[in-house]
Ligand binder design. Structure first.
Ligand SMILES: Nc1ncnc2c1ncn2[C@@H]1O[C@H](COP(=O)(O)OP(=O)(O)O)[C@@H](O)[C@H]1O
Ligand SMILES: [Mg+2]
Length: 405
C-alpha cells in the first residue's frame, strides 16, 4: 500500500495522520514545501520517501514533480487532510489514475456556492442566498433576502470578513468593510444554535459520527475578544435536538457523493427546531476537534482514518463515553503573558476531568486571536454527563485568566 500524503508535517496535527498511515501498514510518500530536515524525527521515521516542492499550492507544478518522482512505482492512494490541498490531492489522483474522490466531487466540498447548490438540489434546507460581485448586487440581494442578512466571503475561512447585518445603516457600514472581498454571499441570517456533524466515511457510509456544539456560535466568538469560546462534543447522539441535524448530515454526504475519509459539517438549529445546512469540508475539523473526538470515545481516529483510507475498514469501538469540551483562552492585555490566574485552584477542583492543559506558558507572546481559534491556548475537559462537562467548561472560561503586558 503506497500512499502519497500531502503536507505530512504541516499543520502539526498532520504528523498524527502520517503516523496513523504507517501504523496500518502503508508506505508513506510525503510531499511538502518544507525541507525534510524540518520534519521532526518522530514523523520522519514514518516516511518511506519525501519530495520537497517549491510551491505546494501550485497544482500543475506539484503534479508534474510528483509524477516524475514516482515514475515506475505503483501509487495506491493520494490523500490530504488539510483543506487548502484537498483539490490538489484529487487532481493528482486523476493524473496518476489512483482511486478516490474525483476533482469534481471534491469541488463540491470546497466551493461554497457549488456546495450549497448541490445540497439544495437534493431538496435539503440551505440558507436563502445570493452570490454577489458588486456593491450594487449586495444592496439588491440584501433587500431581496430581507434583514437580518449574513454577508461573508464565498472563499471564506475562520469567520473572516463575516457580518450579521440588521438594518440599512449596518448594511452601509458592512459594505465598506467588505469592499475588498471580490465575491461575497449575501444570505438569510439563520438565528439559532450551531453544531458540527463530523464523520469518518468508507465509500460514503459513516463508520464514525460525531456532533459538537459551538458555544457561542463562531461568528460571535470571533467578534468578542473577552469570550472564551467553547466547543463540546455531545456524548448522547440519539436525542431529539440532534436527530434532524444528523439526518441532514447523512443526506448531505449522499448529495455531494462523499467517498472515503473525514468530513466536517456545520449546521444550525433554529428555535422552532428547523435545521439548516451551513457548510462542509471533506477533511477533519480543525482546532483539535479530532483530539476531542478521540477523548469522547477513547479511540485513535488518526489511525482509524488511515485504516479507512487504506483498507476501507474501521476497527475502533465507537461507544461514546464522554462529552469533551475545549475552552480557548484569550489573555487580557497585549504582548507577553506574565500571569495565569486561577489555574491552580481550577486543577485542584476539576483536575480529574482535565485531559489536556495546553495554555501558552508565562513568557510567551500572545497569538492573534482573530487568526487562530486556538488563541492563547486551551484546556480540554471531559465528563460523562453534559451538565458535568458544562460545569467544567464554564469554570475554565470564567475562573482561569491569562494576563499579558
Ligand atoms: N447564513 C448564516 N446565518 C447565520 N450565521 C451564519 C450564516 N453564515 C455564516 N454564519 C456564521 O458565520 C460563521 C462562519 O461562516 P461559515 O459559513 O461557517 O464560513 P467559515 O467557517 O469558512 O468562515 C458560522 O460559523 C456562523 O456562525
Ligand atoms: Mg465554518
Amino acid at each position: 500500500m503506497n500512499v502519497v500524503f500531502l503536507a505530512p508535517s504541516y499543520p502539526p496535527e498532520m504528523r498524527q495522520y502520517t503516523r496513523g498511515l504507517a501504523e496500518v501498514g502503508a508506505r508513506v510518500y510525503g510531499v511538502g514545501d518544507g525541507p525534510l530536515a524540518g520534519i521532526p524525527p518522530e514523523t520522519r521515521q514514518h516516511l518511506t520517501g519525501y519530495l520537497q516542492v517549491p510551491r505546494i499550492m501550485d497544482e500543475v507544478d506539484v503534479a508534474q514533480r510528483v509524477q516524475a518522482w514516482l515514475r515506475g512505482k505503483r501509487v495506491d492512494r493520494v490523500e490530504s487532510n488539510w483543506e487548502p490541498l484537498v483539490l490538489l490531492a484529487a487532481r493528482l489522483r486523476e493524473m496518476l489514475g489512483v482511486p478516490g474522490m474525483s476533482y469534481d466531487t471534491v469541488l463540491g466540498f470546497r466551493d461554497k456556492q457549488l456546495m450549497k447548490e448541490r445540497v439544495k438540489a437534493a431538496g435539503l434546507r440551505v440558507p436563502y442566498s445570493f452570490r454577489c460581485t458588486s456593491q450594487e448586487q449586495v444592496r439588491e440581494a440584501a433587500h431581496t433576502v430581507g434583514f437580518p442578512v449574513c454577508i461573508k466571503p464565498i472563499a471564506g475561512a475562520g469567520s473572516a470578513d463575516t457580518y450579521r447585518v440588521g438594518d440599512e445603516a449596518e448594511l452601509k457600514r458592512v459594505m465598506k468593510l467588505t469592499a475588498h472581498v471580490p465575491e461575497v454571499s449575501v444570505e438569510e441570517f439563520v438565528e439559532g444554535e450551531e453544531f458540527t456533524y463530523d464523520t469518518v466515511c468508507v465509500d460514503g457510509v459513516p463508520r464514525f459520527e460525531n456532533v459538537a456544539q459551538y458555544l457561542p456560535r463562531p461568528l460571535v466568538a470571533r467578534t468578542e475578544e473577552w469570550i472564551s469560546p467553547v466547543i463540546c462534543t455531545v456524548r448522547e447522539l440519539d436525542q431529539p435536538t440532534l436527530r434532524d441535524g444528523i439526518k441532514l448530515g447523512r443526506q448531505v454526504l449522499k448529495a455531494l457523493g462523499m467517498g472515503t475519509g473525514f468530513t466536517h459539517m456545520e449546521w444550525y438549529r433554529k428555535a422552532n427546531g428547523e435545521v439548516v445546512f451551513g457548510e462542509i469540508g471533506c477533511r477533519p475539523g480543525g482546532a483539535h476537534l479530532v483530539d476531542q473526538m478521540n477523548f469522547t470515545c477513547d479511540i485513535d481516529l488518526f489511525r482509524e482514518w488511515a485504516r479507512a483510507v487504506c483498507w476501507k475498514s474501521f476497527e475502533a469501538d465507537t461507544t461514546r463515553k464522554y462529552n469533551c469540551a475545549v475552552i480557548f483562552k484569550r489573555a487580557k492585555g497585549e504582548g507577553r503573558i506574565h500571569t495565569i490566574q486561577g489555574l491552580r485552584t481550577y486543577m485542584d477542583r476539576y483536575g480529574q476531568g482535565v485531559v489536556w492543559e495546553n495554555l501558552l506558558p508565562v513568557g510567551s507572546h500572545r497569538r492573534n486571536w482573530k487568526q487562530t481559534l486556538v488563541s492563547d491556548g486551551f484546556l480540554m475537559v471531559r465528563h460523562p454527563t453534559w451538565g458535568g462537562a458544562m460545569t467544567l467548561a464554564n469554570a475554565a472560561a470564567e475562573d482561569v485568566t491569562l494576563y499579558a503586558s
